[in-house]
Design a binder for this molecule. Structure first.
Ligand code: HEC
Ligand code: HEC
Ligand code: HEC
Ligand code: HEC
Ligand code: HEC
Ligand code: HEC
Ligand code: HEC
Ligand code: HEC
Length: 417
């Protein structure tokens, strides 16, 4: 046998093997890793058609951990109990998906989320308890007394249906009750098909709702050292790291998720965003939460993965001073409003007099902003968007109170003449 044909055969065979490997590496991962027949049926058939109909859905799904782990389109889209089934191209799918479709595989995350203020309290903040079952109300009230059993929001009622449905509810539907008996949606932070941890750890994801003058968390974060470093360096971080083994090497700078949810270096991941808080900062005059001490320990455990104890103690002391100081200014404004009501110069009804809006701005915008800035590193929000504005509004409030009283005196004098 001559050497030439053998050599040629070997070269051709090697070329074939190499090109097969190269071509294969360009195929979507899902085609290579998931050859099972049930997977092909419940994903391949949907994907084949939906690549033409809604290609972005299929691309997003292909990038997900779900595709990698063999979770099919139908695994999520099949009807759960209480959901309306719908015949669809040889399959039965649910007409509308909710957190119930995730809960079947992620019961722990659902249970944590369900006891947080992101669940029932978020929806009740706008609409009150009317769309919840009595079991759902009892469940949420044991964690957050008064957070579901309350009147529908007065301002929302005043602004009307369009503002409620395209405004308030678009953020507060994170806790909307569903017809199938579950609450809310998991896709507010994970999206529908990317089901991404990276997305959930990105500040802008929380900033969709946590923004604006009444809860300026994203703006404060951008101003903070943490936010500035994150923007400069995040491409060097491993934002997709497994939550069960996340280290400060993956993310040496915290995002919203790190402080409020992540399991950094041995901490527990939590979907209960209430767990690490110690004050009700959203209140006009902020009280301590019932689990005040636990909340501080839990949050500081996170800080201490990256900082020393004296610096965190100092930080909390300063932030608590901001809360105390804001509380005393808001209390002064509250007492002024109360005395005007006692003197029958104002009605106790909300938002029926211009001064009601002024008082609302004082605590709801500027009071909250100062407190959030104090706790999340936003100096400008503590001061120029916080204390300065509170003082300015308080001065205006006093001027309007004087005006009301002067007018009352003049009216009386006129009547007695
Ligand atoms: C032969 C093509 C085809 C197949 C197979 C297919 N779909 Fe569809 N699907 C469509 C088209 C077209 C639409 C647009 C609405 C319509 O015509 O029903 C659609 C709509 C949908 C919708 C939106 C329904 C709505 O009312 O808004 C979902 C969800 C969906 N498909 C999921 C799936 C899943 C999951 C599978 C596999 C289990 C699947 N589809 C299989 C073609 C297909
Ligand atoms: C992790 C669970 C999950 C997986 C896996 C999944 N979906 Fe979905 N899909 C959802 C959710 C949640 C929605 C939003 C449904 C709703 O609002 O009722 C949705 C919506 C859709 C829609 C409607 C999109 C729109 O904007 O109108 C289509 C079409 C769809 N999915 C197709 C697919 C196909 C095809 C696959 C597989 C390639 C797939 N889905 C895999 C969870 C999933
Ligand atoms: C059929 C079971 C099943 C369903 C239904 C399901 N998942 Fe998953 N999910 C999984 C599996 C399996 C993993 C991979 C776990 C692992 O890697 O350890 C996963 C992982 C995840 C992750 C982590 C992704 C990452 O990058 O590590 C998120 C987030 C997630 N799922 C969200 C959802 C959401 C939201 C829904 C509903 C819209 C949902 N899942 C529905 C089985 C499911
Ligand atoms: C779809 C809108 C939405 C998204 C996205 C969202 N939130 Fe929220 N969040 C809310 C609403 C609404 C509330 C107020 C709930 C209440 O107290 O009524 C809230 C409350 C909170 C609270 C306070 C809980 C308490 O007990 O007072 C924290 C902390 C929080 N969110 C953190 C986050 C983080 C971190 C993210 C991103 C990973 C995030 N949120 C994403 C809407 C959202
Ligand atoms: C941009 C998204 C967004 C919109 C729009 C929005 N909210 Fe909120 N709301 C939030 C977030 C985020 C919080 C949590 C603030 C915090 O804890 O600092 C919140 C907190 C609240 C709270 C205090 C928490 C509680 O449980 O008492 C009430 C009340 C409230 N919102 C009612 C409303 C009403 C009523 C509307 C419409 C008139 C509305 N919100 C519009 C995102 C939004
Ligand atoms: C407020 C935003 C938010 C909502 C709402 C949310 N998640 Fe998450 N989720 C996150 C974040 C952030 C992480 C990553 C935590 C970390 O950094 O370690 C995560 C992680 C996960 C993981 C991976 C956990 C692990 O230990 O590997 C799963 C699974 C998951 N979420 C499912 C869900 C399900 C199911 C729901 C609905 C019940 C849901 N999520 C609702 C923000 C959210
Ligand atoms: C460095 C850690 C850290 C980061 C990053 C961070 N927070 Fe906070 N956050 C805190 C601390 C500390 C508090 C006050 C805790 C307390 O009450 O003891 C707080 C308070 C809050 C509250 C107030 C809840 C109330 O009582 O009204 C919300 C909502 C919130 N954070 C959301 C966010 C969002 C959204 C982001 C990202 C844009 C973010 N946080 C970034 C540490 C952080
Ligand atoms: C994942 C690591 C990490 C976590 C968790 C973390 N930080 Fe930081 N923090 C940093 C880094 C990195 C810097 C920038 C330090 C520098 O300038 O080199 C920083 C800066 C700061 C600064 C500004 C320092 C200065 O002197 O200007 C403050 C204040 C701060 N952090 C407070 C906190 C608090 C409070 C918590 C918890 C609620 C916290 N941090 C959680 C990593 C972290």
């Amino acid at each position: 046998m001559s050497f030439k044909p053998v050599f040629l055969t070997v070269v051709i065979a090697t070329a074939l093997v190499v090109s097969a490997v190269v071509i294969n590496s360009f195929r979507p991962k899902i085609e290579i890793r998931q050859p099972g027949t049930s997977f092909v049926r419940a994903t391949g058939k949907c994907a084949e058609c939906h690549r033409r109909e809604t290609s972005a859905v299929v691309h997003q799904y292909e990038m997900s951990r779900h595709a990698e782990k063999g979770v099919t389109c139908l695994d999520c889209h099949q009807p759960q109990s209480g959901q309306d089934p719908m015949d669809h191209r040889g399959f039965v799918i649910s007409r509308h998906l909710t957190s119930a479709n995730c809960k079947s595989c992620h019961a722990t995350e659902y249970a944590q989320y369900a006891r947080s203020r992101h669940a029932a309290p978020a929806w009740a903040a706008v609409s009150g308890p009317k769309s919840f079952t009595s079991e759902q109300i009892a469940f949420a009230e044991q964690f957050h007394p008064g957070a579901v059993n309350r009147a529908p929001n007065a301002l929302a009622l005043l602004e009307g249906e369009a503002a409620i449905s395209s405004g308030c509810q678009k953020c507060h539907d994170v806790g909307k009750p569903n017809a199938d008996g579950s609450i809310g949606t998991c896709t507010a932070c994970h999206a529908r098909h990317s089901s991404s941890i990276e997305l959930a750890r990105t500040p802008e994801t929380c900033g969709q709702c946590h923004m604006g003058p009444d809860h300026s968390q994203i703006e404060i974060y951008h101003e903070s050292k943490h936010g500035v470093l994150f923007h400069a360096q995040h491409h060097q971080f491993n934002l997709a790291a497994d939550p069960k083994s996340l280290t400060t090497r993956d993310m040496p700078v915290p995002t919203c998720a790190t402080c409020h949810m992540s399991g950094l270096e041995g901490q527990k991941v939590t979907h209960d965003t209430t767990e690490r808080l110690s004050y009700f900062l959203f209140q006009p005059v902020s009280e301590k939460r019932p689990a005040h001490a636990q909340g501080q320990v839990a949050m500081q455990e996170t800080c201490l993965k990256c900082h020393t104890e004296p610096s965190i103690r100092k930080f909390y002391k300063e932030a608590e001073n901001v809360v105390r100081s804001t509380n005393s200014l808001v209390t002064e404004a509250e007492q002024l409003m109360k005395s005007l009501q006692d003197e029958k110069l104002l009605t106790p009804a909300p938002f029926d007099e211009p001064i009601d809006y002024l008082f609302f701005d004082l605590w709801h915008y500027y009071g909250r902003t100062a407190k959030h800035g104090g706790f999340m590193g936003g100096a400008d929000f503590v001061q120029w968007h916080g204390f300065y504005e509170i003082k300015a509004k308080l001065a205006e409030l006093k001027r309007q109170a004087d005006e009301l009283r002067t007018k009352r005196r003049a009216d009386k004098e006129e009547a007695s003449q």
